[in-house]
Write a protein of this length. Structure first.
Length: 232
């Protein structure tokens, strides 16, 4: 009889601790057994945790060492030819022509890393042959007046050397790239775009703008290339 009373007492205490008692409010530390979660606790997760983004606590990726900002401050659209990537749009060289020394900040079109497999080191990039097909395949980025494009650069230059691989199962020779650190110097940065016109009195023409960049940089650096009103 004594053992039965002890068990009954323990069961009664357990039920009371979980809000089974009519007088209990279920708000004890660490407990919430109601069937509908209240505002402060969603299925056992604190409100602060529930409202946090999924990537809370994850650090944002570091800013690129250099960012080129191509700004169109003119009143007409600026067309950037992206057929061969940024390397055909943004140029960099040190010194003064004709003794200038250029660096390639972006990969050359239809090339691969020298670390690629023999099957991938010489990519195959067929091009249209007829003039109308070439024009139809052109990839122009239309930068509207007042708009801009941000182009990050990791600070490394592409160096090219001869390579051997295969294309469509046949042996092939090509150029492959390796990343190298550019020589410390002050570089002229040049970017070019196309100003198209529908007027018979004016011709579409390329517009180029320049800025400078000293390497190496000490921290994240922004180089603005402002395409203002084209000179006549």
């Amino acid at each position: 009889m004594k053992f039965t009373c002890v068990v009954a007492a323990l069961l009664t205490a357990s039920i009371a601790s979980c809000g089974g008692s009519k007088s209990g409010d279920g708000t004890g530390p660490g407990h919430n057994h109601s069937t509908k979660p209240d505002d402060g606790d969603i299925e056992g997760i604190d409100a602060d945790q529930a409202s946090s983004p999924a990537d809370a606590g994850v650090e944002a990726p570091p800013a690129a060492p250099v960012t080129f900002v191509l700004k169109n401050s003119a009143k007409s659209s600026l067309f950037l030819n992206m057929d061969k990537g940024w390397q055909a749009v943004i140029y960099a060289y040190s010194g003064t022509p004709p003794n200038a020394k250029s660096i390639l900040m972006f990969p050359t079109y239809c090339t691969a890393s020298c670390d690629s497999s023999p099957e991938d080191v010489c990519p195959y990039c067929p091009q249209p042959e007829r003039a109308k097909d070439i024009q139809a395949a052109e990839n122009h980025d239309d930068v509207k007046p007042g708009d801009s494009r941000s182009v990050p650069w990791d600070g490394m230059a592409f160096s090219y050397q001869n390579a051997k691989g295969t294309q469509n199962g046949k042996k092939a020779k090509c150029k492959c790239s390796e990343l190298v650190e550019p020589e410390p110097a002050t570089y002229t940065i040049k970017a070019c775009g196309l100003r198209k016109t529908q007027s018979a009195e004016e011709r579409s023409k390329y517009q180029c703008v320049e800025s400078t960049l000293t390497l190496p940089v000490e921290g994240p650096t922004v180089v603005e290339l402002d395409f203002g009103k084209p000179e006549k």
